[in-house]
Design a protein around this ligand. Structure first.
Ligand SMILES: CC(C)(COP(=O)(O)OP(=O)(O)OC[C@H]1O[C@@H](n2cnc3c(N)ncnc32)[C@H](O)[C@@H]1OP(=O)(O)O)[C@@H](O)C(=O)NCCC(=O)NCCS
Length: 238
């Protein structure tokens, strides 16, 4: 990766990595770093009239994904997308991509070690519409207990955590599920999550999982690496 000089916040973000198990890999590309050129099949996935912002964020996401796969030794070709826009990973790999217009992040892991991974990045923004869309009543209660000055950030992080959960579970459940399907309780490092609607037979409401959350300046990243069902870690969080 060739680096040009990045503003301090972005430089810190480019160097930051989430706390994930050793078998997983995470890569971050920040605008100003040399993004890898898209494969021609990836280029073809972009709508011909895709604007600069979509082209840029797609490239940053794909660059991060290829970099993360390379560090697993599994960067084997273009990363195409399925019917529901989900990235299609090399056999035996699970992964997740997120991007803003200037950050791309990808999390990948061997499928033999985890039921799925999810990652999401959001830029701090005024998003009052999330107030009524995202929280469950239990979440509304803890959000209301938070200092007024931190509530908007907490709501955005909660939204991000739920998008990470969607990305981690979608490849196995193969259908859409809404924000009310997950219940999140805050912890010192993120959240304990539960699926409280019948989304996944492997993850009933009494099988919680950890969701990490980190802020770097005005950027929040959330992520999860689910334990592998049917192994000795089955049912263990973290
Ligand atoms: C799919 C979704 C999570 C993507 O999030 P987003 O904030 O729009 O965009 P992000 O930059 O974070 O992520 C985009 C990437 O997500 C990935 N993605 C898209 N659909 C996906 C899916 N069905 N499953 C897994 N990953 C998916 C893609 O890699 C996409 O990037 P790309 O198109 O460049 O490849 C979101 O659009 C959505 O539909 N959410 C509603 C469902 C939900 O979140 N439910 C909460 C359950 S608790």
């Amino acid at each position: 990766m060739t680096k040009r000089s990045l503003p301090a916040d972005r430089d810190r973000l480019a160097a930051w990595r989430p706390n994930i198990p050793q078998f997983a890999r995470c890569s971050i590309f920040v605008l100003g770093e040399e993004a890898q050129p898209l494969h021609s099949d990836e280029e073809a996935m972009l709508h011909p009239r895709a604007g600069l912002a979509r082209r840029r964020s797609f490239s940053l996401g794909r660059s991060a994904a290829h970099d993360a796969l390379a560090s697993l030794g599994r960067d084997t070709g273009p990363i195409l997308a399925g019917d529901m826009r989900e990235p299609i990973w090399p056999a035996g790999v699970v992964g997740s991509i997120s991007h803003t217009t200037d950050i791309g992040i990808a999390l990948v892991a061997p499928a033999s070690r985890t039921d799925g991974v999810g990652v999401d990045v959001e830029q701090r923004r005024h998003a009052p519409e999330l107030e009524n869309r995202i929280p469950r009543p239990e979440e509304r209660t803890w959000l209301e207990d938070r200092p007024q000055s931190e509530r908007a950030d907490d709501l955005l992080a909660l939204f991000s955590a739920k998008e990470s959960i969607f990305k981690a579970f979608f490849p196995t459940v193969r259908s859409y599920f809404g924000f009310e399907a997950a219940l999140l309780e805050p912890t010192t490092s993120g959240y304990v999550g539960r699926l409280v609607e019948p989304v996944s037979t492997e993850y009933p409401p009494d099988r919680p999982f950890d969701v990490g959350c980190g802020w770097l300046g005005s950027t929040v990243v959330t992520w999860l690496v689910l334990p592998k069902s049917g192994t000795e870690n089955d049912g263990q969080r973290g």
